[in-house]
Design a protein around this ligand. Structure first.
Ligand SMILES: Nc1nc2c(ncn2[C@@H]2O[C@H](COP(=O)(O)OP(=O)(O)OP(=O)(O)O)[C@@H](O)[C@H]2O)c(=O)[nH]1
Length: 510
């Protein structure tokens, strides 16, 4: 795809990548640097290949951020286990079933940040349950929170209250440091850490835990709903882009239709996705989702491009095949035309004398008559027949007759004008057409023909043979060509009747 659709697509992808890069910021300094580079490159007008290269570079950084998220989650899981241990080590009677349920919840949700507040709430509930249980057993003992962290096992080293406090403070401060909340919450986190550090009273811990939960809730809980719907929307959008590309690609009927459809669909869908990305908040999974969708789009585009190239190649091949077929056909047609023309010429030519034959005469005479009548130019016609030709055949044989048939027209030609037309009409009969020639001129030429034949020194088998011709002549009047011919023919008959070797002229006036 090298046309405007590709440029528009690259522009749309640029926007999407640029806006997506904004979301990736704030997780890791190295990644921050990389995403700023992306926007810089895009603002300089990087093309699809350059954007792909940038995305390839960003991928390991995103993975690194993901690893950091996993490390934080592991730390949180350890914190929760530490808090359970603190309960155990300080002799609190934690109801086993509730503790098991809590441990199971930790196993299921420790990786999911949105579940962290509920896990901490469960921990609080566990403390409340164990306090209620112990209150029944040891109502007169140490204060509530002091009892909470008292060691239950005599075998274990019993810590004093300050040591317990120190341990819990340390655990919770560690948890706070590893929450990796956005920088907006730095101040609140630091205040809570101070409160923890200064806290000397177990009774304050539930309140501090509540604050910790609230902080996590504020940081991620409030945006959770919007974020979930955004992710769903984005997922839908990107899946829809992919579907559209695939559909467009599959349903293409022609290269141009396909390009047009793909372009429109890509432009619309990618633009919508880009808008959605612009409105979204930060989230690691969002980046992973976008990466996945971008990869899908990239794959589909690559497949589409491959297919297009293959189709173009096929088209080029079939076009060149078609061209060679057409060339071949043209050659064949041309040789066929030549051969037809040759055959036609053959059909119009008398093989013995090489003169135009009777068919050629028929083709010629009609337009000549029409033109003559239309233009008022004279047209004369002579029918010339060899006298006693049968005798030639009978006396010297057919071959001798053929020889005479070839020699007579040569003699006739000697006296014809360039525009006069000579045909072998049939047998020993020839027709001469004199275009633009009035009867008197034609008569002179006919007479000259007669003489030219008469004086010709024919000889057959070494013997001199006298050959003469009789000629009937007529000039065209307002009539059809058949009547014209028959008038000349009548004159030929008259010439024969009159003793042969004569020219007889049809005189329309008599
Ligand atoms: N050798 C040869 N003879 C032909 C050919 N075509 C026609 N003939 C012969 O021409 C002769 C024509 O004879 P006729 O029609 O009787 O006329 P003619 O003998 O010329 O007598 P008139 O026309 O009356 O002077 C016939 O014997 C035909 O066989 C041909 O191509 N070659």
């Amino acid at each position: 795809m090298t046309d405007t659709s590709q440029i528009q697509l690259v522009n749309a992808l640029r926007k999407a990548v640029s806006r997506t890069s904004l979301l990736a910021e704030g997780n890791d300094p190295e990644l921050d640097h990389a995403v700023r580079q992306i926007r810089l490159q895009i603002s300089k007008g990087a093309d699809a290949t350059a954007i792909q290269a940038i995305l390839d570079n960003v991928e390991p950084l995103l993975l690194k951020v993901d690893e950091a998220r996993l490390t934080r989650a592991k730390h949180f899981r350890e914190t929760l286990h530490d808090l359970i241990d603190i309960l155990d080590h300080h002799g609190q009677q934690v109801p086993q079933s509730q503790k098991n349920a809590f441990e199971s919840a930790i196993r299921s949700h420790w990786q999911s940040v949105p579940h962290w507040p509920s896990l901490l709430k469960e921990y609080l509930a566990l403390i409340e349950a164990s306090l209620a249980h112990n209150a029944q057993v040891e109502t007169k003992k140490a204060p509530l929170i002091a009892r909470l962290f008292k060691r239950a096992q005599p075998a274990k080293t019993k810590l004093n209250n300050q040591e317990v406090l120190q341990q819990v403070r340390h655990t919770l401060i560690g948890l706070l440091s590893n929450l990796a909340l956005p920088s907006d919450y730095d101040e609140q986190i630091s205040e809570l850490k101070n409160t923890l550090a200064q806290n000397k009273n177990f009774n304050d811990f539930p309140k501090i835990l509540d604050e910790l939960i609230a902080l996590i809730m504020i940081a991620i809980g409030n945006t959770q709903e919007g974020l979930t719907s955004y992710l769903n929307e984005l997922n839908k959008q990107l899946a829809s882009i992919n579907d559209s590309i695939v559909k467009s690609y599959r349903s293409q009927k022609s290269l141009s239709e396909s390009r047009e459809g793909l372009n429109t669909s890509m432009q619309k869908q990618v633009q919508e996705a880009a808008n959605a990305v612009q409105q979204a908040d930060d989230l690691d999974s969002l980046k992973a989702l976008i990466n996945e969708r971008m990869a899908n789009i990239s794959d589909t585009m690559a497949q589409y491009r491959k297919q297009m190239l293959a189709q173009e190649k096929m088209s080029t091949q079939s076009i060149s095949l078609l061209k060679s077929k057409v060339t071949r056909m043209e050659k064949d047609t041309s040789s066929l035309r030549t051969s037809l023309q040759e055959k036609l010429a053959q059909a119009m030519t008398d093989a013995l004398t090489d003169l135009p034959n009777r068919a050629a005469y028929q083709d010629t005479i009609l337009p000549l008559c029409s033109n003559s009548l239309a233009n008022g130019s004279p047209l004369s016609l002579a029918i010339c027949d060899i006298d006693f030709f049968k005798q030639v055949n009978d006396t010297w044989g057919h071959l001798a007759g053929d020889k005479v048939l070839r020699l007579v027209p040569r003699q006739i030609r000697n006296v014809l004008a360039a525009s006069d037309l000579l045909f072998r009409y049939g047998g020993e009969e020839f027709v001469i057409v004199f275009p633009g020639t009035p009867l008197s001129d034609a008569q002179q030429r006919a007479e000259a023909i007669r003489k030219e034949v008469e004086k010709a020194p024919f000889n057959v088998n070494g013997e001199p043979v006298s050959i003469t011709v009789s000629i009937g002549l007529a000039e065209l009047t307002q009539e059809n060509y058949e009547t014209f011919f028959s008038r000349a023919d009548k004159q030929l008959y008259s010439a024969k009747e009159a003793g042969r070797n004569k020219v007889m002229v049809d005189n329309p006036e008599t």
